[in-house]
Design a protein. Structure first.
Length: 133
């Protein structure tokens, strides 16, 4: 084999590894109802943002080439949930009571955005009905 064939083979291996990393980081990061943004939306082409809503917290997870960025808010600290619907996608803004930066989730399908809001409101209702702790 000549040098250009070795270069082509090495380039193919590197590309395959990169595709594998992008695919792996696009998988749900946790068990439960994880809402992933569409890869077709702005800012989510390689690593789509994901949101996990549990009975105790809302976790905003953004994969990166190396590591991840996560922002979580306890369900009791969610002040409001807003949905902004564009032509194709919806954006969800989750405000906090403590004045911290809100969670902004861009590029979700409309049905996912509505389900996210319903889950948060349901979990908050249960939390305040049974009381903290």
């Amino acid at each position: 084999m000549t040098w250009w064939m070795w270069t082509l083979a090495a380039g193919g291996c590197i590309a395959a590894v990169m595709v594998g990393i992008v695919w792996r980081k696009g998988l749900p990061f946790a068990e439960g109802e994880v809402f992933r943004a569409s890869r077709l939306s702005a800012g989510n082409h390689l690593f789509p943002t994901q949101v996990l809503i549990t009975p105790t917290s809302v976790v905003h997870h953004t994969p990166q080439w190396f590591g991840k960025y996560e922002h979580s808010i306890h369900i009791a600290h969610v002040a409001s949930v807003g949905i902004d619907t564009d032509l194709l996608f919806s954006h969800v803004q989750i405000e906090t009571t403590g004045g911290a930066a809100p969670i902004l989730c861009r590029g979700h399908y409309r049905s996912h955005a509505i389900r996210m809001k319903q889950l948060i409101e349901t979990h908050q209702g249960r939390y305040y009905k049974q009381g903290p702790g």
